[in-house]
Every structure is written in structure tokens, then in C-alpha cells.
Design a binder for this molecule. Structure first.
Ligand code: 7RM
Length: 630
């Protein structure tokens, strides 16, 4: 399939992808190496639900991401690693070296009796060995389950036990800014409650003195040393499991989203090249963590399937100072930069000199992912980072979708700030109203998908019923995303936020996202989060947490101004009852606000906030608790 280069290419491919989906995806898939061609492109039934792509096909994704490139890219850098500490030397790993290291890890796992289908937990810092671990699993057909290395022992226990991992790949520790985290100690604590784990293999990174339990714990360097650099790839059926990735539901235990080999490969390879318009020899940087689906799809698999050079960053955006991203772009001449709105908003609070002292002229394309980007942050990113000459692709997708679903195609399809714009070929979105009727034309409703795409999750590990109930029961015969969405007259989509974030004030349904975007219109406001709380008269009241660019000199005056702005934009009914000024919000690393915590604070019940260790910065919670308004 030729890469889309013009708007009319887009319309043509889109048309074919919906009128003849089998032909369309067969053509995309035929660019890859299949050991055996599929018998059937697609079989599906959203009522069961059951979705199978490329049935009968046999492949190994690492052959496509590595071996396939060796004849012409052996010496090209595959991974450019920028360590946490900018004074430590970056590392370049060529495709040849990456192939060798992945094979060694594959053999190491086999020597520890890991076989096809076994689940392997990966709990490691953002170092090249983490990528070797992921691909090493894929090489031998083991199912990787990466757990973000900032999660607590308790979160790790849940994720290991849910899918019964037999081996944990980890490190002695990790560096994050000026902090050191003792990962092995966390693993040791977790393993007290993980009966299925036989062994751990521990990479040395920080040199912390991890006690090793004889017979259970092994050093990575010792185990990998003697392994051969040839590792026969396991031949996988297209529908065999490639990985499990846990995503937190709004309540209850995390869901292990299951992704399979063939469809995931085809869709991630296709969307990476299409959306970012990657050109040979360019340097692509996605700042996500590999513990998040964005890291899986667009640090590892997408770029490597395309034979690209991918930048892997171990550090954090704020250390040693808030210029770290921009310094790194200058240092390595990054061409495509893909980050989260939360990072943009936090960096825009630093003096602009942190941006302007670096040469950002290598950048050609910018991207965002993870949450709706507000108008103001979009313009800041466009002006200060893109210098007004780089398309911004606002990519909407989910852990469940595996890859990008709705997004501009860089430099090809039109942009519209705060809009994810148009569905990619193969993606058939629709908007549904509260009665379950399809909305046509301009309108706002719940975002659903009418037709399968190759990289959609196939189930929740061990709980197909929960999969059906969560995604396929709201609108029978469709996949429900959980997001609210608006469609304009041109057919452009704008994601408005999760629809489970709804509050009912005096009988009026309001999306918290809608109130937030109104609050954000006040020029002093950098960011806000709205939750409901019990209100004697209205049922629920509107409690707003607000981050300002500068500490407000007169808080009460600002409060009444913000109320007026909301009244003007939405109506007096939406006026915040309480406004608490804060310096930060409880967020996950990917920028999702943990409303559960804010709701508790707003309800005045801070005795048990539940697990807060999955937050980017758990310390903000104390400040928020102290400042809570009664
Ligand atoms: C990739 C990822 C998924 C949820 C999704 C949305 C929100 C993601 C955008 C966005 C507006 C975007 N996976 N979301 N991208 N909202 N515009 N471009 O984030 O599983 O962690 O989250 O994130 O609510 O449903 S995820």
C-alpha cells in the first residue's frame, strides 16, 4: 500500500478501506514477512464479541522489526538512548546490534524454560535492555506484560497474579531525575504474594545492593553473556497473544488488555508510517513510558517495523531543568516529536528562555496523545516548539485500540486546533446519543466504532465477560470507547473527555471536561480539574481545582471572575461552587487526572485515598488535602 501523500490519496484509501476492507488490509499486510499467508483476512462478530484477523497466517513480529531490515540497515541506528543524566553518554544501538541483543535475551529466556504462551512480567527502567526484553519475549512467543516501573509493590502483585507470570525481568534500580528507586526491593516485596513467579532476572543499572535470593534471582549480565546471537524465531499464529497490558478501569481491578500478533503488527506499522510521514534516516522521539501503550506502539513496534531510528529517553522533562526536552531535541536533531498535553502544559509554565536557548530547527512534525489538548496549549506548542511551521498531529486512541485511530496525517490532511480531526483508513467511528441512536452530521455524543480494525484488543485476559460488558454492551453491535465526542460540519472529530466523568447539578447532566475547558478560558488559569461533590440543594455541586500561571494575588477576586467566565460560556448552572487553587493535580504519567482522589477530597473524606503510588507525583496529594475547602 502506498503511503498517503495527498488529501485525495486519503479520501481514496479511506473509501477502499470501508468498501473493501478485506482487500485493503490484505494489501497493507502483504508488505510484511509472513512465513505462511493467511487464509482469511477478517472474521468478526461484535455481539460475542469475536474478532480474528489474518487467520491461518504465520509470522514473528521480530522478524519484521529486525531481520527484515538487516540486508540494508544493519549499521543504521535503531535505538538512540538518552540517559537520565545528561552528562552520561548517550548510546546508539544499530539494527545489527539490536538483533543480536534480542536474540540473546530470547535464548536467555529459553534457557530459563520460558516457552511460547508463558507470561513474562517486565518491570524495568527506560533503558535499551527493556526493549531487548520486550522483543526477546516476542522472539520466542512469550507474552510480555510490561508494568510501569513507578508502580508500587501492590500494583505489581495484582498485575503479576492476574495473568500468572512465571518470570519477572527487572533491574536493581532506576534513576528518575535526582531520585533513585530501588526496583528490586519492590519486586522482592511483591513476590511474597506471587506464587506463580519462579525466577527473576535482574539488570544492573543503579548499582544498589540488591540482595539476591539464590535459586530465584539471577543477574542479567551473567545470564545473557554466554547466549548465542542466533535465536530461531517462534512461528506465531496471527491470533496468538503478543502482549498483555494493564489499564486501570474507572473502578475496580486493572484490565489486562490482550493484543495479538498479526493484526497488531499490520496496524501499528501502517499507522506509524502514515500519521507521522516518517522519512528514511529521520529521528523519531516519542516521550511516553514503555509501561504505557504509547511506548509499546510508537517507541518500539511502530518505528522498528518501519526501519526507523527511535529515541529512548530515560529521564523526566523537568530535570535537571525544564529545558531537558528541548536540549535533547537540539542534541540529537530530533525530526518528529510526540508527547502528551500534560507535559506541554507543565513545560509552558517555565520561563520561555528554557525553550529559546535551543535550536529546534530539526523538528519537522509534532504530535500529542493522551488527553484532549486545550486551545491555549496547542497554540503554545505550535508557536514555540514548531515555530509555526510544523504540523501537529493530535492522535486519539486507547490501550484497547492498540494504535492511532483518529488523527491528522502530518502535512496531508487539514489541522484544526483541539480536534483529532479525521479517522484513519479502516476506522469507522460513529456518534451515539443517550437513547442509543446514531447521530448523523454535526453533533455531539458518545464515540463508538462500527467495524473492527486489526489492532483492537481481543479480550480482557481471563475475563471475556467483562470485555463484552465494558465495550460491547452499551451499543449492541458496536465497540464503545467510553469517550464523548463532537463532530463538526466538515466531519472532524473533537474528543471531549471520558463520559464516565459526568456530574448532575440540579438535574442537569454536565461533562466535567466541558466545565474544565470553560474554566481554562480565564487567562490566569493554566489547567483545571472538575469533580462533583454531594450538595444539599443541587444534588451535586461543582468543585474545581485550578492551577494558575502565577500565584493569584487576590484569590476571591479570581474565583468570582472564573465563575463569570463559566457562566458566560456554559451557563450559570455550571458555575463552580468551590474553587481550590493548587500547584499540581494528581496525574498518572500519561496525564490522566485521577478523579477518584479529587472526588474524595471534594467529598471531605481523605482518610482513605486508596493506592496513590501510580501517580506521577504523589506529593501533590498532601498539598491538595491541606487546602481542601469545606
Ligand atoms: C493512547 C492512550 C485512552 C484515553 C482515551 C481518551 C484519552 C487519548 C487523546 C485522548 C483526547 C486525544 N491510551 N485520549 N488520546 N483524548 N485527545 N488525542 O492514551 O488507554 O492510556 O488512554 O485517553 O479519553 O479514551 S490510554
Amino acid at each position: 500500500m502506498d503511503i498517503i501523500k495527498t488529501l485525495s490519496d486519503y479520501h481514496k484509501q479511506y473509501e477502499v478501506s470501508t468498501s473493501k476492507p478485506d482487500e485493503f488490509w490484505a494489501e497493507v499486510a502483504s508488505e510484511f514477512v509472513w512465513r505462511k499467508k493467511w487464509d482469511k483476512v477478517l472474521q468478526w462478530d461484535f455481539h460475542k464479541p469475536e474478532v480474528k484477523w489474518f487467520q491461518g497466517g504465520k509470522l514473528n513480529i521480530t522478524e519484521n522489526a529486525l531481520d527484515r531490515h538487516l540486508p540494508h540497515r544493519a549499521n543504521q541506528t535503531a535505538i538512540l538512548w538518552e540517559p537520565n543524566d545528561p552528562s552520561e553518554a548517550p548510546r546508539k544501538i544499530s539494527y545489527q546490534e539490536l538483533h543480536r541483543e534480542v536474540c540473546k535475551v530470547g535464548n536467555m529466556l529459553r534457557s530459563h524454560h520460558v516457552k511460547k504462551g508463558d507470561r513474562v512480567c517486565i518491570y524495568m527502567p527506560m533503558v535499551p535492555e527493556l526493549i531487548y526484553a520486550v522483543l526477546g519475549c516476542a522472539r520466542i512467543g512469550a507474552v510480555h506484560s510490561v508494568v510501569f516501573a513507578g508502580f508500587s509493590a501492590g500494583s505489581l502483585v495484582d498485575r503479576i497474579n492476574d495473568c500468572g507470570c512465571s518470570v519477572v525481568l527487572t533491574a536493581d534500580g532506576s534513576f528518575r531525575g535526582d531520585k533513585k528507586l530501588d526496583l528490586k526491593a519492590i519486586v522482592d516485596e511483591a513476590l511474597l504474594q506471587c506464587p506463580t513467579v519462579r525466577e527473576t532476572i535482574v539488570l544492573k543499572r543503579t548499582g544498589s545492593n540488591s540482595p539476591m535470593k539464590s535459586g530465584r534471582d539471577f543477574w542479567w549480565h551473567e545470564e545473557v553473556m554466554s547466549q548465542s546471537a542466533d535465536c530461531v524465531p517462534e512461528m506465531m499464529d496471527a491470533e496468538d497473544l503478543l502482549f498483555i497490558l494493564y489499564t486501570s478501569g474507572s473502578t475496580g481491578k486493572p484490565k489486562g488488555m490482550v493484543h495479538t500478533c498479526g493484526g497488531y503488527m499490520v496496524f501499528i506499522g501502517y499507522t506509524f508510517r502514515t500519521v507521522f510521514q516518517y522519512q528514511d534516516k529521520e529521528l523519531f522521539w516519542c516521550t511516553a513510558d514503555i509501561g504505557w501503550v504509547t511506548g509499546h506502539s510508537y517507541i518500539i513496534y511502530g518505528p522498528l517495523l518501519a526501519g526507523a531510528t527511535t529515541l529512548l529517553f530515560e529521564g523526566i522533562p523537568s530535570w535537571p531543568d525544564p529545558g531537558r526536552f528541548w536540549q535533547t531535541i537540539e542534541r540529537h536533531k530530533v525530526n518528529i516529536f510526540y508527547t502528551a498535553p500534560t507535559a506541554i502544559r507543565s513545560l509552558e509554565q517555565a520561563p520561555i528562555s528554557y525553550v529559546n536557548k535551543y535550536d529546534l530547527s530539526s523538528i519537522r512534525i509534532l504530535g500529542t496523545v493522551g488527553e484532549p489538548i486545550n486551545e491555549e496549549a496547542w497554540h503554545w506548542y505550535n508557536k514555540n516548539i514548531g515555530k509555526g511551521r510544523c504540523p501537529i498531529v493530535d492522535t486519539w486512541w486507547q490501550t484497547e485500540t492498540g494504535g492511532i485511530m483518529i488523527s491528522p496525517i502530518a502535512g496531508v490532511t487539514p489541522l484544526k486546533p483541539t480536534y483529532a480531526t479525521l479517522p484513519l483508513p479502516g476506522i469507522q467511528p460513529t456518534l451515539m446519543d443517550e437513547q442509543g441512536k446514531e447521530i448523523t452530521g454535526t453533533g455531539e455524543g458518545r464515540l463508538a466504532m462500527k467495524f473492527p480494525w486489526p489492532s483492537m484488543a481481543r479480550t480482557i485476559y481471563g475475563n471475556h465477560q467483562r470485555f463484552r460488558e465494558t465495550y460491547f454492551s452499551t451499543f449492541p453491535g458496536m465497540y464503545f470507547t467510553g469517550d464523548g465526542c463532537r463532530r463538526d460540519a466538515e466531519g472532524f472529530y473533537r474528543i471531549t473527555g471520558r463520559v464516565d466523568d459526568i456530574i448532575i447539578v440540579s438535574g442537569h447532566n454536565m461533562g466535567t471536561a466541558e466545565i474544565e475547558s470553560a474554566v481554562d478560558e480565564h487567562p490566569a488559569v493554566c489547567e483545571s480539574a472538575v469533580v462533583g461533590y454531594p450538595h444539599d440543594i443541587k444534588g451535586q455541586g461543582v468543585y474545581t481545582f485550578v492551577i494558575c500561571y502565577e500565584k493569584p494575588s487576590d484569590e476571591d477576586k479570581l474565583r468570582s471572575e472564573i465563575r463569570e467566565v463559566v457562566a458566560k460560556i456554559i451557563g450559570p448552572i455550571a458555575k463552580p461552587d468551590k474553587i481550590q487553587f493548587v500547584s499540581g493535580l494528581p496525574k498518572t504519567r500519561s496525564g490522566k487526572i485521577m478523579r477518584r482522589i479529587l472526588r474524595k477530597v471534594a467529598e471531605g473524606d481523605t482518610s482513605n485515598l486508596g493506592d496513590i503510588t501510580t501517580l506521577l507525583d504523589p506529593s501533590v496529594v498532601d498539598e491538595i488535602k491541606r487546602g481542601a475547602l469545606s
